[in-house]
Structure formats: C-alpha cells, structure tokens
Ligand binder design. Structure first.
Ligand SMILES: Nc1ncnc2c1ncn2[C@@H]1O[C@H](COP(=O)(O)OP(=O)(O)OP(=O)(O)O)[C@@H](O)[C@H]1O
Ligand SMILES: [Mg+2]
Length: 331
C-alpha cells in the first residue's frame, strides 16, 4: 500500500455535508505516513459538528482494518470549500472585553445600516446567557420552522434574519439550565440554519470577554472577521485590547474598532460632552493594528423606533461604518 494508494482511497470517501467525494472538495488538509507507519490525517469536513463522528469511523475502518495500517491519527476542521456557483457565507463577529459596552446594539444597528446599503444580512445571537438581539429588535418569538433537510429557518425583523438561543427557551427558565444545552445548540447555528440564499453577511453577536464562544467561532466560522466594540473609557478599552488580541491569537483578522458611547451631544450649547472620557477607540485600534471605524454618540433612536434610521446622526455614522465594512469585506 503506497502513499498514493492510501490518498486515492481516502479521496473517494464522501463528505456528507457536500455529498461529494473529498477529492472534489479539497477535503484532505494533511496526509503523511509517519516513521512507524501511522497514518496522520487532517480532514476538512462540511458541517463538522454533525458529520465528524460518522466520517471518522468510516476512515478508521478503511485505514486500519481494510488497508492494515498500524495506527491512525485524525483531526477534523470545518471545510472552507465553496462549490462552484455557490456563494461563501461571510461572517463578522462583534466582540468586546467588557460587557455592556453596546455590542448587541452595534450588531443590530450595523445590520440595519448594511440593509440600507442593499445587503442581505443575518445575525447569529451567540450570547447564550444574555441573548438580547430578539429584544433589541422587538422580535416576536415564535416556534421556528425548518426545511425538508431539517435546517432551521431564521426569524426576521426589519429585514434582519435572526437566529438566537432565546428562540429555544421557555421564557422563565432559570439560567443554570441553559449553559450546557444551549452551548451545543450554538454549534448548529453555524451549519444547521437555512439562511436566505442571497445572504451577504452574517453578524455574530458575541458574549463579552474572550471565552469558549470565541473559540467556537474559530472552529465553525474559521474565516470570520472580527470587529471590537469599546467605550472611550480606559477600563473598557484596556480589556477590549485583550479581547482583540485573543481573537488575533486564534487566527481571526480584526478589521476595525467601533467606539460606542463616545460623547453626549448637548443640544443646549451644541457641544460634545465626553462623559466617559476620550481616546479609548483610538487606543484599541492602534494596539490591534487596525482602524477606528466610527464613534457613536450616547443616545437612543427616535421615539417609537428601536433602531436608528439612516437620517439620524447615529444612523449616519452606522451608514459610514457599514460602507467601510462592505468595502473591506468585499460584500
Ligand atoms: N450609544 C448608546 N447610547 C445610549 N445607550 C446605549 C448606547 N449603546 C448601547 N446602549 C445601551 O447600553 C446597554 C447595553 O448595550 P448592549 O446590550 O448593546 O451591550 P452589550 O455589549 O451587548 O452587552 P452584553 O455584554 O451584556 O452583551 C443597553 O441598554 C443599550 O440600549
Ligand atoms: Mg450583548
């Protein structure tokens, strides 16, 4: 059994996510035969969470039992292959160090601003313990429907397609029931959702800090870009730097910083008041080697609205940020 024979046998195995052989979907990331004859494999797999176990058994059976190799080491990675004629889903994760700096608010308003630019946008609400996108969007929660192949269909509000752990929980369920169960659910948000077929971007609203969820994003959306939200205050910005460095360390590209609650515009004297200090956004951008995309003032959308529209001051700033990101991400 030569290396080439082994390789061609593995290439024949079907990646169930694509229903195509590994040969046709660049499925083999690495294949070497070690000095002791152990086959060392790294495989790209679509819908890894769902398909890994079955494919693993199939490969082990082939390599060890059928082909008689003394051992096998095998590791799986989410496939980045895009079949011809299909569009790759692009992801943008919104991260911060501290909680409460406005990630979810920025994620929702950024989605709205992108839609104003003619894009089709979804949000994965990845904050298991503090899901807030459905509330920000005043999204009436109803049971999800699914496609024939059991993919969940997101709910929609103002043209924003949303998937959230909140959709799966009875409203009064205590928080300790949520973690383990919903953590698993999160992995399905990356491969078990039927997004609108023309979707241009999926924004991932992360929980605060650099935790498990950030690592999950690396696993399930390896090419996701990241933006970091901070306030101008030193406390928030120093932790935001850590979150950004964490994201960079696991291999994400941080493509910008949004400074939120930058100032309060005093209508009486027409001056900006820097209630939370100044300079945080600039500092974070500099330390992460990226740019400050925009500074959002303190304020709420006009009465009766839950998102800024494109004519309000904050809405215009979100428009500018959206245009920069559309350009940067080639959307
Ligand atoms: N620019 C702003 N001006 C005034 N209030 C704001 C602004 N941005 C966010 N807020 C408010 O601050 C609170 C926290 O915002 P948000 O939930 O978006 O933060 P977060 O970073 O997602 O929080 P968490 O870490 O809990 O996920 C909300 O009540 C929100 O309405
Ligand atoms: Mg949030």
């Amino acid at each position: 059994m030569t290396y080439d024979d082994l390789r061609s046998r593995i290439e024949e195995i079907i990646d169930p996510g694509f229903n195509l052989p590994f040969k046709d979907v660049n499925g083999i990331k690495k294949l070497v035969i070690g000095p002791t004859g152990v086959a060392e494999l790294e495989i790209y797999l679509k819908d890894k969470a769902k398909n890994e176990q079955a494919v693993k058994i199939q490969i082990i059976r082939l390599v060890k039992i059928e082909l008689g190799f003394p051992g096998i080491k095998i590791e799986f990675f989410e496939s980045e292959f895009v079949p011809e004629g299909q569009k790759a889903i692009k992801y943008l994760a919104v991260a911060s160090g501290k909680g409460g700096v406005g990630k979810s608010t920025v994620a929702a308003n950024l989605a709205a601003a992108m839609i104003r630019q003619g894009k089709i946008v979804g949000i994965i609400d990845a904050d298991i313990y503090g899901a807030s996108i459905p509330y920000i969007l005043r999204l009436p929660i109803k049971p999800l429907t699914s496609t024939a192949d059991e993919k969940m269909i997101p709910l929609e509000q103002n043209g924003i397609h949303v998937i959230s752990t909140e959709f799966f929980m009875p409203p009064e369920k205590p928080i300790m029931w949520r973690g383990p169960m919903l953590g698993k659910l999160l992995t399905h948000f990356f491969n078990g959702v039927q997004w609108h077929e023309g979707i241009d971007l999926i924004i991932i609203d992360l929980p605060p800090g650099t935790g498990d969820v950030a690592l999950d994003v690396k696993t399930y959306a390896p090419t996701s870009k990241v933006i970091v939200v901070t306030t101008p205050h030193h406390n928030a910005s120093s932790i935001a730097v850590k979150a950004g460095l964490g994201a960079q360390q696991i291999g994400h590209e941080v493509i910008g910083v949004v400074e939120n609650m930058s100032y309060y515009f005093n209508e009486c004297n027409k001056k900006r008041e820097f209630i939370f200090g100044q300079g945080g956004g600039e500092l974070v951008a500099k330390k992460l080697g990226t740019t400050l995309l925009g500074q959002i003032p303190i304020g709420q959308p006009q009465q009766g609205h839950f998102l800024f529209d494109g004519k309000e001051e904050s809405g215009k700033i979100y428009n500018e940020i959206a245009v920069k990101l559309i350009d940067e991400m080639n959307l």
